[in-house]
Design a protein around this ligand. Structure first.
Ligand code: GMT
Length: 376
């Protein structure tokens, strides 16, 4: 095997893109590549010391003439330094802004002697790409990369449409590690959250408006009228206070539990009978894949990459954005039919294993690396 030296830059704090970048780095290291994370703090999923993995912290210079400390310049400089010192073959950056642009700058500093692979995760295109003042910058980051990948067909379509991009973009779906994401035995934990006859509905997110957590509560309220059930809300974010108030107003306090941020997501998801993901926008929906790998179906909205991940009527259900009536109907239909639940559960486990397997997606990334390096 041609062993590569790869610099990975991502947002290291909570978020699907940080999870994917970190897990990919760990898998590449397991396969014998040397992986250097270049980020402002240790990626939260990096875990304990692992062979072939290195971490380089970006320190921002707060020299007194700077009104705003220039993180992007500090990152670009660090990327160039690490590349030179470690003799990196390529940078794999997650998010066009600022990471692909920083990689472009670093590449210039290195006299073009490095390749850049950029992975688009969604919000860089769907939110930042809508901002006229940033469009040219995002376009630069994308067009100057040696390869660009996106996590769903829909994101590729949207990138082309919003930014008028014509270059090739590879499709690389997100993946799960089946050594971590599998149905856990949580029977003794479950009794803390629900009685045996109650179903557990769950939502996990960063509680940003795009997640439409208010819809989650509406769906649950409708389901709860028909089926004894509980709602577990996992994560934190700007909409949390609003959601707490809504739950109280609806008299649902004793049916809903807030679990806050959780690390052991596989363990937490395994508590659920159903995941709700009624987002306004979702380029992929990694949490639905994590649920799928634990045998938990999702009811999601007809948006972004969700329909590429969830097969309607097989691994979950899909309904138009904001249509909480239909989403609740699907939830009731599924949760009141034990045979259907078991069929969905099996389909979830099979699909997660077959279509979103860590090994095949890691190989796809390796093929892209070798392609840009002209080694294949
Ligand atoms: O969804 C978020 O708010 C976080 C965001 C991120 O930066 O991690 O998630 C994006 O990337 C994930 C990993 O590829 C995708 O699973 C999410 O769907 C995508 N979020 C959006 O498109 C809103």
């Amino acid at each position: 095997m041609d062993r590569l030296k790869i610099g990975i830059t991502c947002y290291p704090s909570l978020g699907g893109s940080g999870v994917v970048a970190t897990e990919l780095g760990k898998l590449l290291a397991e396969k014998g590549h040397e992986v250097h994370f270049i980020t402002h703090s240790i990626p939260f999923r990096l875990g304990k010391f692992q062979k072939n993995i290195f971490y380089h912290e970006v320190e921002v210079n707060d020299y007194y003439v700077f009104k705003y400390p220039p993180y992007d310049l500090a990152l670009a400089t660090k990327m160039a330094q690490v590349a030179k010192m470690q003799n990196l073959d390529l940078f794999h950056v997650h998010y066009a802004v600022p990471h692909a642009v920083c990689a472009f700058l670093a590449k210039q500093m290195l006299g073009n002697d490095i390749k850049v692979v950029t992975t688009l995760h969604g919000t860089d295109i769907t939110v930042l790409g809508q901002d006229e003042s940033l469009k040219d910058l995002i376009r630069l980051g994308i067009n100057e990369s040696d390869a660009v990948t996106a996590v769903s067909k829909d994101l590729i379509r949207e990138t082309r449409e919003v930014l008028d991009i014509t270059r090739e973009i590879d499709l690389t779906y997100n993946f799960v590690d089946h050594r971590v994401y599998y149905p856990r035995d949580v029977s003794n934990l479950r009794e803390d959250f629900a009685s045996p006859e109650e179903k557990i509905l769950m939502h996990i997110s960063n509680f940003r408006p795009v997640k439409r957590v208010s819809d989650v509560v509406d769906i649950f309220a409708k389901v709860n009228r028909e089926i004894p059930s509980r709602l577990l809300l996992v994560g934190e974010g700007p909409d949390l206070p609003k959601i707490q108030a809504k739950i109280s107003e609806m008299g649902l306090d004793d049916k809903v539990r807030f679990l806050g941020r959780q690390d052991e997501i596989a363990q937490v998801i395994s508590l659920a009978d159903l995941l709700l993901l009624p987002s306004e926008k979702e380029s992929f929906g990694l949490v639905a894949l994590e649920a799928m790998a634990c045998g938990v179906p999702t009811i999601g909205s007809q948006t972004g990459g969700i329909p590429e991940l969830i097969e309607h009527g097989k691994t979950g259900f899909i309904a138009p954005i904001g249509d909480t009536e239909t989403m609740a109907k699907y939830a009731i239909k599924l949760l009141s039919d034990d045979r259907m639940v078991e069929q969905f559960r099996q389909a979830c486990l099979e699909t997660a294993c077959k279509d979103f397997c860590k090994d095949s997606i890691t190989s796809q990334y390796e093929d892209i690396y070798y392609r840009v390096l002209g080694r294949k």
